[in-house]
Design a protein around this ligand. Sequence first.
Ligand SMILES: Cc1cc2nc3c(=O)[nH]c(=O)nc-3n(C[C@H](O)[C@H](O)[C@H](O)COP(=O)(O)OP(=O)(O)OC[C@H]3O[C@@H](n4cnc5c(N)ncnc54)[C@H](O)[C@@H]3O)c2cc1C
Length: 488
Amino acid sequence: MSTTITPALIEELKASLTSSTIVTPSDEAYPEAITRWSSAAEKPAGLVVFPTTASDISHTILFCSRHNIEIATSCGRHSTSGASSTDGGLVIDLSHMRTVIVDPGAKTITAEGGCTWEDVDNAAAVHGLATVGGTVNHTGIGGLTLGGGYGWLSGQHGLTIDNLLSVSIVLSCGSILTASPHKNSDLFFAIRGAGQCFGIVTSFVYLAHPQGPVYAGMLLFPSSPEVIAGVTEFMNHLVATSKGESAMVVAISRPPAGGDVAIGCIVFYNGTTEEGERFFGKLLEMGPVVNQAREMEYRKVNEIMNGSVGFGGRKNLKGSSFLCPLNQEFVRRIVEEVASFTEEYKDAGRSMVLLEAFSSGVWEKRGMEEMAFANRGPHLSSMVGAVWNDSGIDKVCREWCRKVAGMFTAEFERSKKERGLESQAVGEYANYDGLDRGTNAEKMFGVNYKRLTELKGKYDPGNLFRRSYAFLPVVAEEAGGVSVPAMV
Ligand SMILES: Cc1cc2nc3c(=O)[nH]c(=O)nc-3n(C[C@H](O)[C@H](O)[C@H](O)COP(=O)(O)OP(=O)(O)OC[C@H]3O[C@@H](n4cnc5c(N)ncnc54)[C@H](O)[C@@H]3O)c2cc1C
């Protein structure tokens, strides 16, 4: 149980902070301060602190530790599992820490822990640079980076964590450390995949790559049997032939204005329009009813999906995986699932399934035990997203996500078996708030789980950062040997 935050405790905290904004439940700013991307993930925090310095974060952490107050950290506020919210505890909201410094000579981007990808993309673009960031630019760099990070540039440069050079982090003991391959390298291992459980990252340093304009945009098709066959075939072709410069996200949903389920292909080619049109020629020949693909600045690609997945309403995500070549019949069943669910529950009519057809070659080059992230392999991510308003159907929507993610998992296991593919990968991207995220950290971190529990014992023995995954820190006997259970 988290201690109730009384006015006296608030005064005590205020006295130790220099520049933070503090919002209490009686303040006018409170409703906005606890808003989340999914209103179903909002919780009534006892206090929200908006720090601007690592030192204030350190004092706030020590205050929470001293008084047994639960901490939740928030950056872009997109977690649907409630990991960045707390019922009665204290939220450290990093959204007042959004400075980005680009060093074009060293090709690095240093971004404060509360940035969105829009902040990073825009600052890097000024210098003709980019790093691997999210495909929806209102997501936070905090949660996305610490959980792994896939983006349009993953085919060429790997995951976001593969491009992470170092971080500054505040630990549960209040210390402010740098973690990199050369400094506190064991902590840097943990941060790249399980970072949310080890402290509060105040700045990230990313490797930047030269980046020019790209060919990208949405092609919209009706979900006819011919289109399902053609899009699946093209997706399989892309994954088999892409050298990393091309990628596609297939979105199965009803259009915003309503109507039958449609298939949206958001295409991406890191090159000219001519090259892009040549690569996506077969898809273009299928005659999309809407074709918005054109040459644009790279940073603009990450705005394409912003509108269809904006803040507001209740939402739930469930991640799973699939292997290409993907079976047409399976895609047809998924289209049917979206159609029948959104027909029965009109309030959930904007629910969707996404398939991410990226090239896995670069992220597969890194070893499974090189970083905490344990989901490397040729498989790709699918995301089932329910979107609704009426809290009366919360359970139905969550169960639907679980059911469809389960269909992907079953198909993934079947195709793995068929191909004789043996893999240590956990088979699920944890940042899509996977099936057992809250209760089964072992499943999420697979081969790296044991090492992570030991590192948790070293860096967060009191399990202060426990909103994300149910790690049980293994505390060395000479350090007291007491483990604090997770509370998700
Ligand atoms: C619309 C949408 C699009 C998405 N697109 C992509 C995509 O293209 N690629 C991809 O890889 N993922 C994507 N995701 C998944 C995304 O990576 C996760 O939702 C991620 O958790 C979002 O991070 P956030 O900072 O916005 O969320 P928050 O809810 O603020 O934080 C999520 C978690 O990270 C922790 N955290 C955040 N910042 C810090 C920090 N600085 N220090 C310590 N802990 C921190 C929080 O405590 C919480 O546990 C998408 C999600 C959504 C909803």
